[in-house]
Write a protein that binds this ligand. Structure first.
Ligand SMILES: CC(C)(COP(=O)(O)OP(=O)(O)OC[C@H]1O[C@@H](n2cnc3c(N)ncnc32)[C@H](O)[C@@H]1OP(=O)(O)O)[C@@H](O)C(=O)NCCC(=O)NCCS
Length: 160
């Protein structure tokens, strides 16, 4: 459980994406030195953006989900503000994204994970499926989450 007074807000372009962008700017552009011109892209226009909000309407974490093909979804741009890490917020937001994609009928979810986050995603039922590659000068791997009976365990246990 992530904590009381928190809520997941879903935002779709052309709605205002600024709360999601502000979290991503702080984490990817300021902290990880990703080029700002690469950070905000056309996939933002076809994505559903999850933003974890506190009771004062502050955005604490975000992620986006989108369709790669009718048989496969993807999740990306997962970011939790540095001062709010280690509280279960990353787990909670990914879990909500997975619940939503499962309801939408996708059989699995493919991600490009930064290699430091492999154990984090393994906790959420993802498995590494390929070799390491570089993206924005950061080592990544592809990981796959297949929806099956096992994944339901996470969904039942995480509520905010
Ligand atoms: C990776 C990230 C999203 C994790 O968010 P978080 O809110 O700190 O993670 P949580 O508190 O939900 O952690 C959930 C579990 O994963 C583990 N975990 C979290 N980050 C981890 C990491 N980098 N490596 C290994 N395990 C990690 C936690 O220990 C916890 O395990 P537990 O339940 O057994 O204690 C966050 O560190 C972040 O935003 N990093 C910068 C951006 C980034 O790297 N995004 C991922 C791009 S692929």
């Amino acid at each position: 459980m992530a904590g009381q007074g928190l809520a997941i807000k879903w935002i779709l372009f052309p709605e205002d994406l600024s709360q999601a962008y502000e979290v991503r700017r702080k984490v990817f552009v300021e902290e990880q030195n990703c080029p700002p011109e690469d950070e905000f892209d056309v996939i933002d226009k076809i994505s559903e953006h999850a933003v974890l909000m506190d009771s004062d309407d502050n955005a604490l974490a975000t992620a986006r989900i989108f369709e790669r093909s009718p048989e496969q979804a993807s999740l990306g741009r997962l970011a939790v503000l540095k001062e709010h890490r280690g509280k279960g917020y990353g787990f909670t937001i990914v879990d909500h994204c997975l619940q939503r994609l499962k309801k939408q009928g996708y059989p699995d979810v493919l991600i490009h994970a930064q290699t430091h986050a492999i154990p984090f995603y393994e906790n959420l039922g993802f498995e590494v499926i390929g070799d390491e590659f570089m993206e924005d000068n950061i080592p990544h791997v592809e990981m796959l989450h297949k929806f099956d009976d096992h994944s339901a365990i996470f969904f039942e246990n995480t509520q905010i």
